[in-house]
Ligand binder design. Structure first.
Ligand code: SAH
Length: 403
């Protein structure tokens, strides 16, 4: 068995059950483990610490599979991990057509994302679902077939599509790739029902796996508070929050995105739900400029959603990202009528919840409004956060009301 021995005292994070080991913590490697091969990790004094996947090119050289010395890493291991993840969703996430089945480290499968879309079909008719996977580390790449078999077996869903077209794979020495892993090509017209709203999901070319599954609970919250409100949804993508607002009885919904393709699906979503298209306006434009223009024109709303892309992909972008978050939140506050609600998000892992709250508070001060935090927001139950791995928290949001 290939063995990796750590430098003195570098075992501490593993003893706290953090699942990563960086290259600079390694003293020596015995054997010649291939990319993704399983290695035994030992402390400097030879104590067993974990079994892990070896990634020779990545700075994150090891990702832990198991801290249990008695647990071999084989097909049965992946079957157990997949079944455990799915059992968790069956308990905590029900009645939705879009579920994250596997959320990487938090499910003991570092580097793996799997979303399950269930085709919205009339009651009683059988509709095949669609699983969509992203393999983002050497370990899960090496066990891809075992994982796909386990997923099909545990869900009964025969169709598995891969969306590993993510740049992060390059850090693992892996090429980007997409395609069918099992079953049929994804449907062009896949529609998932979430909170009573039907959403087209473009599995092949949409963002991530086709849909922002992580915002489900937050879309439900917008739906709950949209009645008779004028709503602005900025960075709307395929209309997630816009459709939720329409379902919740919003008077008017203005949505902004710079992707024409995303807006085309958003419009199709209005139709698929039979909503009044006259209540929805879609602006194919840059959000930063459009927000400032709306402020200048004296537009006002009762509910504003700001859910931008990741402004800080890495630590070195934090300052610039902070300015961008402040800019849009400043406009957001200025656009709200008294009593209005702001749902504001950051999905930048490099900006933690405290910093995000400070940025938003700064924007409120500059807009000269008193803003009250009604609720701190995050992703749903299908995106658990491993206590030993706070890096797993990426989506954070605030629901504020201006007084
Ligand atoms: N809120 C959405 C997800 C948003 S993803 C949901 O719940 O489904 C971020 C979106 O921001 C993408 O659709 C992208 O096209 C858009 N975007 C990125 N930069 C932009 C810009 N400068 N102006 C407008 N839209 C932008």
């Amino acid at each position: 068995m290939n063995t990796v021995t750590l430098k003195p005292s570098k075992e501490k994070s593993l003893l706290r059950r953090h699942p990563w080991v960086y290259a600079n913590a390694i003293e020596h490697v015995d054997g010649k483990p291939a990319s993704g091969a399983t290695v035994v990790v030992r402390a400097h004094d030879g104590r067993f610490l974990a079994r892990a996947a070896y990634s020779p090119q990545s700075q994150i050289r090891l990702r832990v599979w198991s801290f249990d010395e008695a647990e071999p890493i084989d097909h049965a291991f992946f079957k157990r991990r997949v079944q455990r993840a799915i059992a968790h969703r069956r308990t905590f996430v029900q009645g939705t057509g879009a579920v994250r089945l596997i959320f990487g480290e938090a499910d003991g499968l570092p580097g793996l994302i799997v979303d399950h879309y269930i085709q919205d079909a009339p009651a009683g008719s059988a509709a095949p679902g669609q699983l969509v996977c992203q393999f983002m580390a050497a370990g899960v790449e090496a066990w891809k077939q075992a994982i796909v078999t386990a997923l099909v077996g545990a869900t009964g869903c025969p169709n598995v599509y891969e969306r590993s077209d993510v740049t992060i794979r390059e850090k693992e020495g892996l090429a980007q790739t997409t395609g069918v892993l099992a079953g049929e090509e994804p449907l062009e017209t896949l529609i998932a029902n979430e909170n009573g709203v039907r959403y087209h999901v473009d599995v092949r070319t949409g963002h991530k796996t086709g849909f922002y599954v992580d915002q489900r609970d937050n879309r439900a919250l917008v739906q709950a508070y949209a009645q008779d409100r004028d709503v602005l949804n900025c960075f709307c993508y395929t209309g997630g929050f816009s459709l939720a607002a329409l379902k919740g009885g919003a008077r008017r919904v203005v949505s902004i995105d710079s992707s024409g393709e995303a807006l085309a699906l958003a419009r199709a979503n209005v139709e698929a739900n039979g909503f009044d298209a006259a209540r929805a306006e879609w602006l194919d434009a840059d959000a930063f400029r459009t927000l400032r223009r709306l402020v200048d024109e004296g537009e006002r709303f009762d509910l504003v959603v700001l859910d931008p892309p990741k402004f800080a992909p890495a630590r070195e972008h934090v300052d610039r990202a902070a300015r961008a978050y402040k800019d849009i939140n400043l406009s957001g506050f200025k656009l709200l009528r008294p009593g209005g609600l702001l749902f504001t998000y950051s999905c930048s892992g490099a900006i933690d919840a405290d910093l995000f709250q400070k940025i938003v508070a700064g924007a409120a001060a500059d807009a000269r409004v008193d803003a009250r935090i009604l609720k701190r927001l995050g992703a749903g139950f299908d995106h658990p956060l491993l206590a030993a791995f706070p890096e797993g928290e990426y989506l954070k949001g605030l629901l504020l009301q201006i007084v």
